[in-house]
Design a protein around this ligand. Structure first.
Ligand SMILES: Nc1ncnc2c1ncn2[C@@H]1O[C@H](COP(=O)(O)OP(=O)(O)O)[C@@H](O)[C@H]1O
Ligand SMILES: [Mg+2]
Length: 312
């Protein structure tokens, strides 16, 4: 099958996967096709033909509407002093510090940070997006936000960006290289890896050996990047436990006044293999915890290595 036929087939797959929800197919990355043309015989005295340079596929870019984001109470780079930006400054600081530790204190895969929760709806996506933007606002960090909640992907929807191929397409072997589906954004140091097209075997693929290899590749190939993973809820599916085992750090988002102690304990047990675990109390109405329009955060550490603060 030619490259063009493959691209057409891929577009058809994307369209048929879209259904009513509107999985918006985007143009497949333009393949570098150099048609084999027979050179025309050059007339004597005719000017040299101008040969255009080969066109290389550029990384795709998407535009996030920052005004809309700020209006919805999210962190935006143009409002670094907003209350929400201040809250995420507190949350990101220890994560960034752990990510760059060197020598004997270095955290393995410390640049891989998973945002998780016991149950759906606790605020994983909200926290993952805010953290990723907040980290990208730092001078020294480039950030990749990965939508790994492949059964209920919502990063692109929350950012009002049309759905595009991503993680699932890489794992299913539809895309040769990760770099083909990474999206640059108008937030300078923030890129996104979307969840990609809906796939029947999405959860299996996420827990597959291929995903393990991809994570290793990400941790090392993009060692200078912080990689933030939005992920499936721990107590509903099993694959996010597998993911957690490969992460250097996991943030457990706990919805205040809803998630029971028993659920929190089970979720903490599920992320036990991860060296650094941090808890964020989300949607707290308790002003003493801090907070913004009734929402707030508390944070603490589990299994903190010596010299780091213990659980709050
Ligand atoms: N701290 C917060 N402040 C305001 N809204 C929040 C907060 N955390 C979550 N939400 C909202 O709650 C809903 C569920 O959050 P979401 O991040 O989608 O949960 P999850 O990804 O865990 O399923 C979303 O509408 C989100 O915008
Ligand atoms: Mg979510």
């Amino acid at each position: 099958m030619s490259i063009i036929e493959k691209a057409v087939k891929r577009l058809d797959q994307l369209k048929s996967a879209s259904g009513e929800g509107g999985f918006e197919a985007v143009q497949a990355p333009e393949p570098l096709v150099v048609p084999e043309e027979k050179p025309l015989a050059k007339k004597p005295g005719a000017p040299e033909p101008v040969v255009p340079p080969p066109v290389r596929a550029q990384p795709k870019s998407v535009r996030i509407d920052l005004v809309r984001l700020a209006a919805r109470g999210l962190v935006t780079p143009d409002q670094p002093r907003s209350a929400i930006a201040e809250e995420f400054r507190l949350i990101k600081r220890p994560l960034l510090a752990n990510a760059v530790l060197e020598g004997p204190a270095a955290v393995e895969n410390g640049n891989l940070i998973m945002i998780s929760s016991a149950l759906p709806g606790e605020g994983k996506t909200f926290n993952a997006i805010n953290l990723a933007i907040s980290m990208a606002m730092e001078l020294d960090y480039t950030v990749l936000l990965v939508d790994a909640d492949v059964s209920r992907p919502s990063v692109l929807r929350e950012l009002d960006v049309p759905l595009q191929p991503g993680l699932m397409d890489v794992l299913a072997g539809e895309v040769d290289d990760l770099s083909e589906v990474l999206l640059k954004t108008n937030i300078d140091k923030l890129s996104i890896l979307p969840a990609g097209m809906p796939h029947q075997r999405a959860t299996e693929l996420l827990a597959s050996e291929g995903m393990t290899q991809l994570l290793e590749q990400m941790a090392h190939r993009y060692a200078d990047r912080i990689i933030v993973f939005d992920s499936p809820p721990l107590l509903v599916t099993t694959e996010s436990r597998v993911l957690a085992a490969h992460m250097g750090q996991v943030v457990l988002v706990v919805e205040a006044e809803r998630t029971t102690h028993a659920h929190v304990r089970q979720a903490l047990a599920a992320i036990e293999p991860c060296p650094i675990r941090m808890m964020v109390l989300n949607k707290s109405r308790d002003r003493s915890v801090g907070g913004y329009y009734g929402y707030g955060y508390g944070y603490g550490y589990g299994n903190a290595p010596e010299g780091r603060p213990e659980a709050a």
